[in-house]
Design a protein around this ligand. Structure first.
Ligand SMILES: [Zn+2]
Length: 340
């Protein structure tokens, strides 16, 4: 089982990341948040960090956040693009604009493709993670009913888009997310065809299913633009047993991904406190046949008080689970640069 780590703090935080320590505890894959607004002004600093990560023996993945707030699970993440182009945002079922770009708007799509292509040029990375791309759905309100979506829907189904979230509308939105993922993967593969595209679907939170267009794992796993899935396991947030959370993902989404010959990684909140159960979760995930785990995140785990006390046990656990010959989310790189 592969073990990766998320660095979500942004460019200023990256300066404090101890890459040697990350390598020494056995982590080999780093997922690095690339905030739209930071990429605009601090691209060189970001590119420098990716180079350092590779030189330290780590395989970095870029996680673009912001980007019309289409790739921003956290509502506090801003997008200068959306501020300047509010007319490309989604329109909800009341006819109001939502602060999220529409993946069917050709102006947004063109800007997005060109932005991630530039990012792929700039960053020496193994691939990209597209985090929860999709449509707005909250308290009965849903999007998108912009002119482009309505026109595309009418062309596909031969009638106007209904005002209710019917099965046809749900299917249309899933297909729209697939088309967006194809465009995203094509943009980065145009720079280097080996660049991987992983997708994080919206998490299922208990009984409530948010219909964002990324809820159907089979549709995502079938998409030619998707090389693997990353599933959030919100066991702490939901008050589930950790074992239950991991088992549910391995029974459901991971099996679907495997049926389509794609890998499936779990994103787990990690920390040094006993109740975080980080080492238990790693060992349980490995026993349950998980392909890969991404620990979230550097600040909450390695930079947190109490980490030094857990460090030897964590390194031992990573060494143990790393020996499991489970399939990887993505193929291992052919050649790894030497350290230093
Ligand atoms: Zn739209």
């Amino acid at each position: 089982m592969q073990v990766g780590l998320l660095c979500s703090g942004g460019v200023d935080d990256l300066r404090h990341v101890d890459l040697g320590l990350v390598y020494d505890i056995g982590i080999r894959t780093l997922f690095i948040a690339c905030y739209e607004d930071e990429v605009r002004w601090q691209a060189e600093d970001l590119a420098g960090f990716f180079r350092q990560a590779r030189a330290a023996g780590l395989e970095p993945y870029a996680v673009p956040w912001g980007y019309g707030r289409l790739l921003a699970p956290d509502p506090s993440i801003d997008s200068l693009y959306l501020q300047v182009h509010p007319d490309t945002s989604q329109v909800d079922s009341r006819g109001k604009r939502v602060r999220k770009a529409c993946p069917n708007d050709p102006r947004f799509l063109e800007w997005f493709s060109s932005s991630v292509r530039t990012l792929a040029w700039l960053l020496e990375c193994r691939g990209f993670v597209w985090d929860e791309p999709g449509f707005h759905h909250h308290r009965g309100l849903w999007s998108c009913r912009c002119g482009y979506c309505k026109r595309l829907f009418a062309a596909a189904y031969g009638h106007e888009m209904p005002r209710e979230l019917t099965d046809e509308v749900l299917l249309f939105r899933r297909q729209s997310v697939s088309m967006f993922l194809l465009a995203a993967a094509a943009a980065v593969r145009s720079v280097d065809r080996r660049l991987q595209s992983l997708v994080v679907p919206s998490p299922r939170l208990g009984k409530e299913q948010r219909y964002t267009g990324s809820e159907d794992i089979a549709v995502l796993a079938q998409c030619a633009g998707v090389d693997g899935l990353c599933i959030t396991v919100p066991w702490q947030e939901m008050g589930w047993d950790m074992e239950y959370g991991i088992r549910e993902v391995n029974k459901g989404p991971a099996q679907i991904a495997h049926a389509h010959k794609k890998g499936c990684g779990l994103w787990l909140m990690a920390g040094p406190r006993r109740e975080d159960r980080t080492i238990d979760a790693l060992e349980f995930a490995a026993r349950a046949g998980t392909d890969a785990v991404v620990l979230s995140d550097y600040d909450g785990l390695i930079a947190a008080p109490g980490f030094s006390a857990m460090r030897p046990a964590l390194a031992d656990a990573i060494a143990r689970v790393g020996q499991d010959a489970a399939r990887a989310v993505v193929a291992r790189p052919r050649r790894r640069r030497s350290r230093g």
